[in-house]
Design a protein. Structure first.
Length: 265
């Protein structure tokens, strides 16, 4: 009986251990890109550091991170394709982008560091990365799809282009139909607002707020974003408000571990 009881006790302890760490059972992948050394556009001082800090934080909560910085269009496209191979079996797939972005009509575009844009056709015909097309191609197989975009609102282009984004309906499927369920997309600011870059060597407000809140244990992503918005408005003296679109049908915890007991060190 003694041996039997010991076996039962070991089995119970093993069950408790596995049950208390749900994050270990999840397949979590993230693509993190920071572009700042633009050749034909104003240089951004903080975006590479933002991406590097985000990469390390996501690793700390169980993500396998693919990191790219100061990417040309060729390298950015290749990195996205490689990352797309990892999302088929992912429970959570996340994309974080810090850099320059523009919007044209209902589409969003990321700008590689070698982007040279003089007309609208340059936007449409390959100088940029189409956000919706990228999400269609690399995120759609994952169970939960998360996108965080920290892009400036400055508009170096004439005509009807506007910097960063209008009110997006969210990522689309290749058919043009609404995005699949369990998608969550957040921009650093809403339509009509400016993005503040912060002092050189610091983090931009949106990324700073994300870094402060993503790894907090036991906080659901909706609650996390409420805290992020509040922090961004505080950091910018109400000059910037993150904007998002969500059709999540499940609760998502980027750090699912329970909070430490009150008074614990």
């Amino acid at each position: 009986m003694g041996a039997f009881r010991r076996i039962c006790l070991l089995a119970l302890l093993a069950a408790c251990c596995f049950g208390s760490t749900p994050a270990l059972a999840e397949e979590r992948v993230a693509l993190v890109i920071g572009n700042g050394a633009y050749k034909n556009l104003p240089r951004l001082d903080n975006t590479v550091g933002d991406a590097q800090a985000m990469s390390e934080l996501l690793k700390s909560v169980g993500f396998k991170v693919t990191l790219g910085t100061d990417l040309t269009r060729e390298k950015m496209t290749a990195l996205m394709r490689e990352f797309g191979k990892t999302t088929a079996d992912a429970d959570i797939a996340l994309v974080y982008y810090a850099g320059t972005g523009v919007a044209l009509d209902d589409s969003e575009y990321f700008l590689p560091v070698d982007a040279s844009i003089k007309t609208e056709s340059d936007i449409r015909l390959g100088a940029t990365i189409d956000l919706n097309a990228a999400i269609d191609q690399i995120l759609w197989p994952a169970n939960v799809k998360l996108v965080f975009v920290d892009a400036p609102r400055t508009n170096p282009f004439p005509g009807r282009m506007t910097a960063c984004h209008p009110a997006l309906p969210g990522p689309r499927e290749p058919s043009g139909e609404p995005s699949p369920e369990n998608s969550f997309i957040v921009f650093a600011t809403g339509p009509g607002q400016e993005i503040l870059d912060g002092e050189e060597g610091s983090h931009r407000p949106f990324t700073q707020a994300l870094l402060e809140n993503i790894a907090v244990p036991g906080v659901e992503i909706g609650e996390m974003m409420t805290k992020v918005r509040a922090r961004v408005t505080e950091l910018t003296n109400k000059g910037q408000m993150p904007w998002g679109s969500s059709n999540l049908i499940t609760l998502v915890y980027l750090n699912p571990n329970p909070p430490a007991p009150a008074g614990a060190k």
